[in-house]
Design a protein around this ligand. Sequence first.
Ligand code: DUC
Ligand code: ZN
Ligand code: ZN
Ligand code: ZN
Length: 472
Amino acid sequence: MSHDLMIRGGRVITADGQFTADIAVSAGRITAIGHGLGMATETIDATGLMVTPGGVDPHCHIEQMSGMGLMNADTFETATRSAAMGGTTSVISFAAQGKGQRLSEAVADYAARATRGAAIDHAFHLIVADSAAPDLEADLHSLIAAGHRSIKVFTTYNIGLGDAEILRVLRIARTAGALTCIHAENDAIIAETRTRLLAKGRTRPIDHAASRPRAAEIEAVARMCRLAELAQAPVMIFHVSTQEAAAEIRAARARGAPVWAETCPHYLFQTEDILDKPGIEGAKWMCSPPQRTARDQAALWQALALGDLQVVSSDHAPYRFDDTGKLSAGPDAPFPAIANGMPGLELRQPLMFEAMVSRRRLGPESFVALTATLPARLYGLDRKGDIAPGMDADLVLWDPTREVTYGANDLHDNVGYNPAEGTTVRGWPVRTILRGRTIMQDGTYLGQPGTGDWIARPRIGTHPTAITGVPT
Ligand code: DUC
Ligand code: ZN
Ligand code: ZN
Ligand code: ZN
């Protein structure tokens, strides 16, 4: 039998184990794994390389308006190009409802732009920002049934919902079969703290960290776990940054609450002092929740090891360091006027590979589990995140010996700065394959806008590892 593509002799890494084998691909899917699989139209020699599933980044902001009304720096075209360059082949971004807007309208708008621009496969979380908008419940039911299996709500920002509104969303999600993602920080704690800091003239980027006390996250995470438990509705707690919030999630899961959670590379690799640079430079790393302490980093790694947290996402939220982005309120803007977030789509996989594979923290199988397999399983991307017959041939070839030091402006997004500038990683993605097609090779981008598919999700969380956590 002749295949379209044969990837020969690579070290294949999955969440369950690793082995050296050939991978046969036809019509965009993996058809066989083994040896002596026959001929193929195209052959890739992967000797000496590692082969992982394409990264699945389930939390990135693309072509989306910020809470302050500022547009992201990235379009679907530039964000997905950047993702492909860093070894990511699927993203879940957001379809954000405006105040008073029908959710179905918001989804149609985002879907049209993604269809035109995306070069990798994609899905959307449905942001419920206005629970009084027309036909919200009917729209949620029909959108979820059509394959949009995740919702996003906030407990803070100007689009935050109250507990009763969140409970209502959770009950709809449970009935309809969707996972609800939550940005959980206590809005009142943040507002009161911010007011006090500003009154004392503390307006610099480093003061942003103090303005979002760890108690704000801990309290809101604990409360959201209780709401999920009460409604028996599955939730995904986004971007966990503190030891205590991770402990709340562990305790909730031990009670049987349907709670899952993620963290992000900036919480694993950065601490709050990164915001303390001369002038307004620290704005480049401003995000919410803020980076914390070395003790939190250790606790987050332990939570990943224990399966208390199941996903590492980028929370890619791109703003340029100029008057279109971070400095839109001027070069001396106080921290509340600076957009939150930093680029991460292209960095997530190399940074996590360096830590987990090259430096052996939790190891290669857990790297694949946290960045591809578990996000795919939890969010219902049934043909993504694994290397097995029948799966989409979304594959990344890694040179485990290649060392790269990041420069100031070497990412392929539209942001213009690299928050990991100066960081050296060992292990580098040398080829990214989407459904059997090479979209990045040796640093050359070969993708095409409009060739990424929307991923319909018939269900969420069906894989057993999605329930038990990271395979050990
Ligand atoms: N925090 C968010 O809540 N969203 C986007 C970026 C950020 O830092
Ligand atoms: Zn072989
Ligand atoms: Zn958030
Ligand atoms: Zn986010």
